[in-house]
Design a protein around this ligand. Sequence first.
Ligand code: AMP
Ligand code: GLY
Length: 426
Amino acid sequence: MNALVLGSGGREHTIAYKLSLSSSIDRLFWTPGNGATEEIAENPGININDFGRIISFVKQNNIELTVVGPEAPLVDGISDRFREEGLNIFGPESKGAMIEGSKIFAKKLMEEVGIPTARFREFYSYKDARRYIDQISPPYVIKADGLAAGKGVIIAENKESGEKALVDMFKNRIFGDSGTKVVIEQFLKGEEATVLALCDGKNVLPLISSQDHKAVYDGDKGPNTGGMGAIAPAPVVNSRVLGKVVDRILNPLINLFIKRGIKYRGVIYAGLMIIDENPYVIEFNCRFGDPETEAVLPLMESDFGKLLFSTLKGDLSNTEIKWKDGYCCDVVLCSGGYPGKYEKGKEIHGLEKLKDKRDVFVFHAGTKKEDNRLLTNGGRVLNIAAVGNTLQEAIGKAYEHVKMINFEGMHYRKDIGFKGLKHLES
Ligand code: AMP
Ligand code: GLY
């Protein structure tokens, strides 16, 4: 069969790479892609928002599996359009994608079926929200309702910064219309982790857990980014915790979808806070995580193409996923200034030293090829992922190879996996 990947980040490179190894895939397309696309796939160069052209391309090329990387096309209904045309697509219809598209929708679903999450209130005006923070104590967790490219959450340590966040969202519209509805929720203190689960509309099948590192500086300091690196599996998600994630979170969610007639075929991203071995949902996303995917998929031994196809066919109840023993550590290399302003177009050096290294993977994010040179083209530029028998070994191997790469302004966290190591030492 032929397959198409939509998106241009490190997550999509990882997905395309795993599909390129699948025995069930003949031709692989990937658009709009990045500097790595031509190494493993054909790039038709179609804009990801141009659903009409994507659908024509899929029909012309007999594509039987389209995998959507980012959330925006899902929330905008790309899967509904595909299904109207009788085409296969990995990703939920827009009603299901609203678990990410609206925090209020997600919180109400969780409330309805008792999925553990932070207590919350929703607000539609500055005045009401401002009055509420007078009644509760900080830190305040203030979330814009709609999509905000992962930046719509502000944790305010005191009343002044809480007030500023509300002014920014309601009055200055820093998140546009996404911030005109706001959730204020209880602050949860624990350790964060991610569980991605395939969902075929009836059954959920969790992948191994992972742990992102969202803050820009070592020790989880500084502003949040899209993610500076990840490990898999996450030691904080032991088998007891994973069992609770399935029983208390994933199964109730899918049962509610079934009850509401929502056909969810794709992946559910559960962003969790683990407190005393109990998982609470911080957020749901309707897609694979980035950079979690870059740490999880290198450990997958099963055929990824077949697995995604089973998901679309509603076959997950008979499916088991095989994983390599050991761990993966993924380090993200960023442009100078990221997550604030940064420049593009810096030449990337050293990648040739990582070619054909066993258990070391380079997943491109913001890169582009120009005149046979590889240039930076985004905030998160490259992922270096390494697999080892122990977490320590995976981390060591990732950083050993990170050191071989450079571009002007490059920065990265030096402590990816530090929380995982603490668990394993204790
Ligand atoms: P989100 O975009 O919803 O994942 O939120 C971004 C980050 O804010 C999360 O990764 C957490 O670190 C933090 N966060 C969100 N909600 C809470 C909460 N209720 N309590 C503590 N931290 C939170
Ligand atoms: N790593 C965070 C996300 O994918 O939303």
